[in-house]
Design a protein. Structure first.
Length: 114
């Protein structure tokens, strides 16, 4: 099981931006697919975006055009650039391998509020 550490969350005003980072122990090159998830209190964790080692990316409809996922294999890190944030984006954000779930990290809190 890989160890996952998310960071980069914080408090931002609507319309603002944040960049989340997900550091994974070992080589992320061994992960064909990695994704960012989010969870709000009382709700299920939902998949936000995925990136494949081929470079292919996919996004949930509610973040398409605003969020960009990327990976840096040399740094064993996956990023989520979030622009034009909305209050509805407030959640704890996690990353993981959608195909082979690893132990979840602690996540990083994103709060969008004026």
């Amino acid at each position: 099981q890989a160890q996952i550490v998310e960071s980069g969350g914080g408090l931002v005003q609507p319309g603002g931006s944040l960049r989340l980072s997900c550091k994974i122990s070992g080589s992320i090159s061994s992960f064909n697919e990695l994704g960012w998830y989010r969870r709000t209190p009382g709700a299920q964790r939902e998949l936000v975006a995925t990136t494949e080692i081929s470079g292919s990316t996919q996004y949930a409809y509610f973040v398409k055009g605003r969020f960009t996922i990327s990976r840096d294999n040399a740094k064993n890190t996956v990023y989520l650039q979030m622009n034009n944030l909305e209050p509805e984006d407030t959640a704890v954000y996690y990353c993981n391998d959608p195909a082979r779930l690893q132990s979840w990290g602690q996540g990083t809190q994103v709060t969008v509020s004026s």
